[in-house]
Write a new protein. Structure first.
Length: 181
């Protein structure tokens, strides 16, 4: 309960204790880690994404952060120095298992032409986060993930399977603080 309401009611009825143990689960996709650890961007949008990501990262203790082996592999690729920074950011984060059902779901998203074949990792991020039942898939990938047109198609496909798509959003969308007036 918000502090103002609970103080007016005189009790929080145990809600603060309950929410302490029930942190929202966030699957952190690779682009977030990349913006977090990259050298300063020379573009306005890139620099803004970096600053927003850093601001969100400072609030990460409000959530339970999760990644998959796919995120680890993507973070380990490329320039060795940059890869080491990305992997260091992942240190201590739980790694979700990738199952055969998740691979099949990712393949179905590609076969249905919902996600392009060249974006197989993105399909896997969707499948892993969906089948692990996370609350949010956090990404800066607005081409294939944080794209409302594609999200609608993904959600419709998942609904036919009796599954629910996690909320796919950017760090900027999650920065909307609890103390906004």
């Amino acid at each position: 309960m918000p502090k103002k309401i609970s103080s007016k009611l005189g009790t929080d009825h145990g809600f603060s204790e309950m929410t302490e143990f029930m942190k929202r689960k966030i699957y952190v996709e690779t682009s977030v880690i990349s913006y977090l650890t990259a050298r300063p961007s020379k573009t306005i949008i890139g620099a803004a994404h970096q600053q927003i990501t850093l601001a969100w990262w400072e609030q990460r203790s409000d959530y339970e952060l999760l990644v998959s082996q796919a995120v680890w592999q993507e973070c380990a690729a490329g320039d060795p120095v940059a890869a080491q920074k990305r992997l260091a950011a992942l240190d201590g984060l739980p790694v979700l298992a990738v199952t055969l059902d998740m691979i099949r779901l990712a393949e179905a998203l590609i076969e249905q032409a919902i996600i392009p074949a060249k974006a197989v990792e993105d399909a896997l991020h969707i499948a892993v986060s969906t089948l692990h039942g996370v609350d949010f898939l956090l990404t800066w990938n607005c081409r294939h993930l944080a794209n409302p047109v594609i999200q609608e198609k993904i959600a419709m496909h998942l609904e036919q399977l009796g599954l629910f798509l996690p909320i796919i959003c950017t760090p900027e969308e999650l920065l909307g603080g609890n103390d906004d007036d």
